[in-house]
Design a protein around this ligand. Structure first.
Ligand code: MRU
Length: 347
């Protein structure tokens, strides 16, 4: 299925291309990747970001590594491919889709282990293509379920970027908005800027402007004011990992938005593919939270505005307790007031 923004694309010459999201919206350009180590660096440096997109990139990273090693002796092939898996797994800690995709690729490796290296590499590439295509189908399905929750004329606040750029295409939270627009609803978006990496200002705003979906940018500290004035009808966000009890990890600042939405009785929806639910973790307290470097907080790119030498914290994600989540939107349907039992029933 055609998608508006091709975040990642496989080139028949045998390499992966990914839009460099660190340079958007000023520069739109693809970077080329030919090994697992390069893709791991692309994930770490956030050339590609967003939970589902990271998973798809990692799957292609494994396939690239197998292709790179295909003429090597068996033992070296196995050792270096395993090292490729490890490099990818170490790239970012919070989004579970990364580990989900790597597990699928390992399962494929085990299942096809008797093939010679070129045939195994081809099988791994097929699996990466399948993960890529599935992600778009899943986003479309979530979009259809989620669109029903939005009324005609709804003003929808979103935090971070859970759009086409964060996935293989269509998006999770922005996928819900896109599907509602496709269904003929007049939806307008309020995009939180999303300090410190500015995914809202740089990426969500860019996606919406490209598609002419009305969008208004606010700084993160304006959301409460907008809600208190009755200017927001619903919140829709994505997620990086949902624990078995329904607690939601998402971009830092999401918890603040959820508390505000609760205070103002505004529905708080989380678009969540099943691959983002981590049934191994009992609650959000167990979700590893990435801590990023101080320079993202003290300034932006070459400009530093904070006092030299100040201590800095930079947790990249926070946890919204399940009790603040009005509903999870999954590809299997909408789960209202999510809890352990309802999540278990999805599988
Ligand atoms: O640090 P990022 O940009 O990778 O964080 C992305 C988010 O928090 C998104 O909201 C989440 O991954 C859902 S994307 C469909």
């Amino acid at each position: 299925m055609a998608v508006a923004v091709e975040t990642l694309r496989w080139c028949p010459a045998g390499h992966l291309e990914m839009i460099d999201q660190t340079r958007l919206p000023a520069v739109f350009e693809y970077r080329r990747y030919t090994s697992a180590a390069e893709v791991a660096e692309g994930i770490r440096s956030m050339v590609v970001r967003g939970a589902p997109a990271i998973g798809v990139a990692a799957a292609y990273g494994v396939a690239l590594e197998a292709l790179r090693l295909r003429d090597f002796p068996h033992t070296r092939f196995d050792q270096e491919l395993d090292a490729g898996f490890q490099a990818l797994a170490a790239s970012r800690p919070t989004a579970v889709n990364l580990f989900w995709a790597l597990r699928r690729m390992r399962e494929c490796w085990s299942a096809k282990g008797t093939l010679d290296a070129p045939a195994l590499a081809a099988a791994l590439l097929d699996e990466a293509h399948a993960i890529h295509a599935e992600d778009i189908r899943i986003n479309r399905a979530m979009g259809v379920h989620g669109a029903d929750l939005l009324t005609d004329g709804a003003r929808v606040l979103t935090h971070c970027n859970a759009g086409a750029l964060a996935t293989a295409g269509h998006g999770t939270a922005l996928g819900v908005i896109r599907s509602a627009v496709e269904a003929g609803k007049r939806i307008s978006v309020i995009a939180d800027e999303t300090r410190p990496f500015l995914q809202g200002a740089r990426l969500t705003a860019w996606e919406m402007v490209q598609e002419k979906i009305p969008v208004t940018l606010i700084t993160d500290n304006m959301a409460g004011f907008m809600m208190s004035r009755g200017e927001i009808d619903a919140v829709v966000v994505g997620t990086d990992r949902v624990a078995a009890n329904g607690d939601v990890a998402n971009k830092i600042g999401t918890y603040m938005v959820a508390v505000l939405a609760h205070r103002h009785r505004i529905p708080f929806y989380v678009a969540c593919p099943l691959s983002t639910i981590d049934r191994a973790l009992a609650s959000g307290a167990e979700i590893p939270i990435e801590e990023r470097t101080a320079d993202e907080v003290t300034g932006y790119r070459d400009c530093q505005w904070a006092a030299q030498g100040v201590a800095v914290r930079n947790p990249a994600f926070d946890i919204t307790p399940a009790e603040l989540v009005t509903a999870l939107i999954t590809e299997k349907g909408v789960v209202h007031a999510p809890d352990r039992e309802k999540l278990a029933a999805l599988f």
